[in-house]
Design a protein around this ligand. Structure first.
Ligand code: HEC
Length: 153
């Protein structure tokens, strides 16, 4: 009887330990689920943003001669010009007269609208070796750069 009572105590202790274990592992599972859900929501937002950007881009009237009423800050325009010279220049030539990629001079881009150029800058032509730059500049900034390419020598 005494031994039986003792083992009952041990069992109760064991049960408490078990409960603790179960609770801890439940907490872990919940934490993982929560982290996963947060990640999903985040990814969904990023995706929704990308989609809505694409939609609004495609609504731009292609070929319109509209000059974008946007100018980046002095600092940002310096950064964008640096990008143009060094990053774009690595393929299109330091003076943008052509290299691995075609020339981006005013003459070369005569037949292209700023919207078209901005879209190539943002989304690239991956199959043809032109990488997408959308992670590095906004649609407005791409339009601005496109305007520079079309206006400046
Ligand atoms: C890794 C090399 C590479 C880099 C870096 C690169 N390009 Fe290109 N780019 C290309 C190639 C190759 C093409 C030609 C794609 C084709 O045949 O349509 C191209 C095409 C273009 C076109 C279309 C020209 C036309 O006449 O249709 C524009 C505009 C352009 N690039 C702008 C840029 C700008 C602006 C940058 C920098 C933000 C840049 N590229 C960076 C390789 C590059």
């Amino acid at each position: 009887m005494v031994v039986g009572g003792g083992s009952a105590v041990i069992t109760r202790k064991g049960a408490t330990e078990m409960m603790k274990l179960v609770v801890t592992s439940l907490q872990r599972v919940l934490a993982t689920l929560f982290a996963f859900a947060t990640l999903l929501v985040f990814l969904n937002c990023v995706h929704a943003n990308a989609v809505s950007e694409k939609v609004s881009d495609s609504q731009d009237p292609i070929g319109s001669a509209r000059t974008p009423p946007f100018a980046p800050s002095l600092k940002r325009s310096g950064e964008l010009r640096y990008l143009l010279k060094h990053d774009c220049g690595s393929c299109h030539g330091m003076t943008l007269k052509g290299g691995l990629g075609p020339a981006l001079t005013r003459d070369a881009l005569k037949g292209r609208s700023v919207e078209e150029i901005a879209s190539v800058i943002r989304y690239g032509r991956s199959a043809l070796g032109m990488p997408p730059w959308s992670p590095f500049l906004s649609q407005e900034e791409a339009l601005w750069l496109a305007g520079i390419l079309k206006d400046e020598d």
